[in-house]
Write a protein that binds this ligand. Sequence first.
Ligand code: 4NP
Length: 160
Amino acid sequence: MSHKVSVIFVCLGNICRSPTAHGVFRQLVIDEGLEHEILIDSAGTAAWHVGKHADQRSIRTAQGRGIDMMDLRARKVSLEDISDFDYVLAMDDSNYMDLQELSLHEDKNKIRMFLDFSKEYSETEVPDPYSGGQAGFNHVFDMVSSASSGLLADIKAKYL
Ligand code: 4NP
């Protein structure tokens, strides 16, 4: 059976924020038995970490909250991704602008800020935790969890 809807999470390196979103949202979808309905992926706007695991700090933070993302490998986002996926979700303004620049005219309205789906956070950006400490990774996880719930509610209302 083919999926009814598809989601791709996009950050800069595809080793911290977007794999965290991929892992958290995937678990939420599995918990609700919707893994055959919703296709999930993640990618980065930069190619620096292509082929690598997620950052160890992101993996450990997620593992501490019951989320396994050991299987994920970094890749670079493409124009085809933006055409193929229904939801193209940027973590920050810079990712959003890079995606807008890369995309075809007819796909531009699919590109959204992921945190806009959160009911708990009024900010719009999931901040880059790469050069900071553990608190930043915890903050990313909390934001991503909140936005994931809102995203699933949006998908259920529109597609399922
Ligand atoms: P991400 O974090 O975009 O959340 O994966 C980053 C990862 C790596 C770098 C920057 C941000 N970097 O400069 O290598």
